[in-house]
Design a protein around this ligand. Structure first.
Ligand code: PD2
Ligand code: ZN
Length: 277
């Protein structure tokens, strides 16, 4: 990567923005939008580049949604997707009609026989563990596993302007009555000993897209306690949020409320900084 020189003008501009009360992440994103590399933007903000000592954490480049002028629709390549809601802190979008009903049912049908009690990555060791905060059953599709998955992954890549190769395989989860996912962050905690091993494969998670494949009759909302947001699951809809810094200041704490009746099915796409092999 070419090194970009930090100019006096840029430093003055950064100082003015911070003095005016704009947050580091907001200024970082504005620098990226203006064409600066993440490394230069981090340096201008006095944050270390990735690979250097880890405090304070560098901000990462993240997937970005580009809506139409009215902010109502987003071009996802093979279709236009409707914006139900947009928040800026954290950067969060709720989309309707991302997946068709037939696509949702096909993802469920092919996942059903492969479900197992959900595990999560154990950040102490880098392995997997049974998680009592997560009482769903799940499975992972391999990236590009079949034609339908390839089409959906290409649509997501276009929607979020992030390469298919930086995505983990789609995870499908089924929540039956009483099942829930207690509030958590999707990034890997940089302070945990197992994280370094996990990050060797594609770097940090920088964004999540939770797609609703089947809505429960009651309960099962996705909640964001820090911002007082509750997203109602609706077949074909999705919630997307990004986190430039793997830290609670990202405001991306989120959970899945218990399903009260019926079943909730979701598919989650987690996006990494780099190619996830
Ligand atoms: O199912 C949900 O609402 C939910 C909540 C929190 C899913 C996830 N996290 C996830 O897949 O990371
Ligand atoms: Zn989550």
């Amino acid at each position: 990567m070419q090194t970009q020189a930090i100019t006096r003008e840029m430093q003055d501009w950064v100082a003015q923005q911070l003095a005016a009360g704009h947050g580091q992440h907001e200024v970082f994103q504005a620098l990226l939008d203006a064409g600066w590399h993440a490394t230069a933007a981090n340096r201008a903000l006095g944050l270390q580049a990735a690979g250097e000592a880890a405090m304070p954490q560098p901000a990462q480049a993240v997937p970005r949604v580009r809506a139409d002028a009215a902010g109502a629709m987003v071009d996802a390549g093979d279709k236009w997707v409707t914006v139900r809601e947009h928040r800026s802190a954290p950067e969060l979008w709720v989309f309707d009609n991302l997946l068709s009903a037939a696509e949702c049912e096909a993802l469920i049908a092919a996942a059903e026989s492969r479900l197992a009690r959900s595990l999560t990555v154990d950040i102490r060791t880098g392995g997997e563990e049974l998680n009592h905060d997560r009482t769903s059953h799940g499975m992972f599709y391999t990236r590009g596993e079949n034609e339908a998955i390839r089409r959906i992954e290409a649509r997501i890549a276009r929607l979020l302007n992030w390469p298919v190769r930086n995505g983990e395989g789609l995870q499908v989860l089924r929540y039956r009555r009483g099942a829930e996912y207690k509030p958590h962050y999707d990034y890997f905690d940089p302070g945990e000993p197992g994280t370094a091993a996990i990050l060797r494969r594609g770097g940090q998670r920088v964004a999540s897209l939770i797609m609703y494949l089947r809505e429960p009759e009651e309960g099962g909302a996705t909640v964001f306690p820090d911002i007082g947001l509750r997203v109602r699951p609706q077949q074909g809809s999705a919630v997307f949020f990004s986190y430039a810094v793997a830290h609670p200041t990202s405001l991306t704490l989120h959970g899945g409320e218990p399903v009260k009746s019926g079943e909730k099915w979701i598919a989650t796409k987690w996006l990494r900084e780099r190619e996830f092999i």
